[in-house]
Design a protein around this ligand. Sequence first.
Ligand SMILES: Nc1ncnc2c1ncn2[C@@H]1O[C@H](COP(=O)(O)OP(=O)(O)OP(=O)(O)O)[C@@H](O)[C@H]1O
Ligand SMILES: [Mg+2]
Length: 404
Amino acid sequence: MKVLVVGNGAREHALGWKLAASPRVHELMSLPGNPGLAELGPVVEGISVTDVGAIAAMARVQLVDLVVVGPEVPLAAGVVDAVAALGIPTFGPSRAAARLESSKGFAKEIMARAGVATALSETFHAIDAVMEHLSTREGPYVVKADGLAAGKGVLVTDDRAEAASWASRWLPEGPIVIEEFLDGPEVSVFAVCTEAGAVPLEPARDYKRLLDGDEGPNTGGMGSYSPVDDLPAGLVEETMSTVIEPTLAAMSEAGQPFLGFLYAGLVLTGQGPKVLEFNVRLGDPETQAILPRLENDLVDVLEGKTPEWSDTASVNVVLAAEGYPEGPVKGSVIDGLAEVPGDVHVFHAGTRRDRRRILVDGGRVLSLVGVGDTMDLARDRAYAAAGMVHWPGMQYRTDVGLQS
Ligand SMILES: Nc1ncnc2c1ncn2[C@@H]1O[C@H](COP(=O)(O)OP(=O)(O)OP(=O)(O)O)[C@@H](O)[C@H]1O
Ligand SMILES: [Mg+2]
C-alpha cells in the first residue's frame, strides 16, 4: 500500500519510520514532510496542512491507500472528512470528533455526559461573567482558551488579575474555560480507537519544561521515556474503562463516533485519576519514545490489531535551537549527524536540507532516541548521540529518563 503521513514534526517522522517498516507498505509519502521523512519517500510540497481539499485531491491523484494524520491542526480543519469523502481510508478523527481537543468546553460536556472524572469547570463568553466568577473564588486559577492554541492557551496562576487579563486576551478568539485546580502528578494515556474498539498504547512520560529539574518556561516537550514504571498498578486498564470507553460511547451517542488516537492527559489526584484534557492525536515527544518499542506492524495496529511491546526501554532527548521557546535562532548548520550510531533513532523536526547540509529550521530540531535493555542503557545511548551532534546555541535537558 501507499501511505501518506500528514505533518512535519519528529512525531510524524517516527510514524513514517514505523509505517515504512511494514511489509504491507511499498511507498511512504509525507506532507509537508521534513528532511527525515524525505529519506523514507516522496515529500509533497506547496500544500498547506489546512488545505484539506487539496490534500484529498492530491491523495486521489497519487492513488494513496491510507492517510495517517499526525498533528491536531489538520484534524480540526477536517482533513479526515475531506479525504474519506473520496473513499480513501484515513486514520484520525473527523472534524466534529476532533472537537474533543479543539474545544475544551465541548470535551467537558462529553465528559459530564459520560461520567468521566475531571476538574469542575465553567465556560465563559464575556469578560464581565469572568470577572464576577473570579471575584468569588480563591486561587490557584486555571484559565484555558477553548480552542486550539498550540499548547500556549492555558494559564495556571494564584494571581486573580493575571487570570483576568489572560481571559481578556483569549476571549476575542473564543470562549474561555475556567476550572478547578487539580493537584498531583501528570500522566498521559494513549489509545488506538478503531471500529474494532479501543486498545491502549504503552504509556510514556514527557518533560514539558525547558530546563533540568523542570525549571524554565513550558515548551512543546523536551524529552520523553517509555516504559513508565512508577505508575499506580492498573492505571492504564482503569483509564480505559473509566475514561476512554465511556467517552467513546458518549461520542457515538452524540452521533460523532471517534476513530483515531485518543490521548487522555490525567492528573493522579488524592481522589483518583482525573482528566485534564483530551488530545486527538499522539503526543510529541511521547511518540518518538513509544514507537521504537512496538514490535508488531503499525498498519495492523491502526486497523485494530493488539499492539505487542518489547521489554526494552527508550529515552528520547529533544535537541532545541538557541532562544527556544520564545524566539528560536534558525539557519545554523548541524554537524555530527553522520557520526550517530545506527542503534540511535534520529527523528527530524525543525530541520531543512540545503544540498548536503542539514540546517536548523525550527524551535525543536531533532529527537535522538536511545533504546536499550535498561533505562540507563537507553539514556547512555541517547546522550552519547547528543554529544556527537552540534550547532551553535543547541540546547537540551540532561535529565531525561533519570529514574528517581
Ligand atoms: N485543572 C488543572 N489543574 C492543574 N494544572 C492544570 C489544570 N489544567 C491544566 N493544567 C496544567 O497546564 C498544562 C496544559 O494544560 P492542557 O493540557 O489542558 O492544555 P493544552 O494547551 O491543550 O496542552 P497540550 O499542548 O499538552 O495539549 C497541563 O499539562 C497542566 O500542567
Ligand atoms: Mg491539548
